[in-house]
Design a protein around this ligand. Sequence first.
Ligand code: ZN
Length: 134
Amino acid sequence: MSITHIEHIGIAVENMKEAIAYYEKVLGLACYKIEEVADQKVRTAFFQVGQTKVELLETTDPEGPIGKFIAKRGPGIHHLAFAVEDVAESLKSAEEQGVQLIDARPRKGAEGLNIGFLHPKSTFGVLTEFCGKR
Ligand code: ZN
């Protein structure tokens, strides 16, 4: 596996509008895109910070993964995404080393990239995502 950088940090928010205002007005970052990922029952807002993005996540359904996360743990950091060359190969490599996967094979995420998640039980409590063009 070859990780090149942190692609993004996913942050679960209760109110996207208020969260965007904080990132824009207080931190001076510009939201360059808002995208709904129907599959994940989530609306995302992106901010570029160097090579890395901040991805705000607001649920579109209380039963979706972000809705459940907030109900259980409150808003805050939800996941860490590493940029990799090849998502399928990286998932396979992690699995071979005993890591429990959420996604056995890549699926489509925001921005048209392939994504795949590792289970936080196997990653010291951090929901971990691989993200890449392949
Ligand atoms: Zn993500």
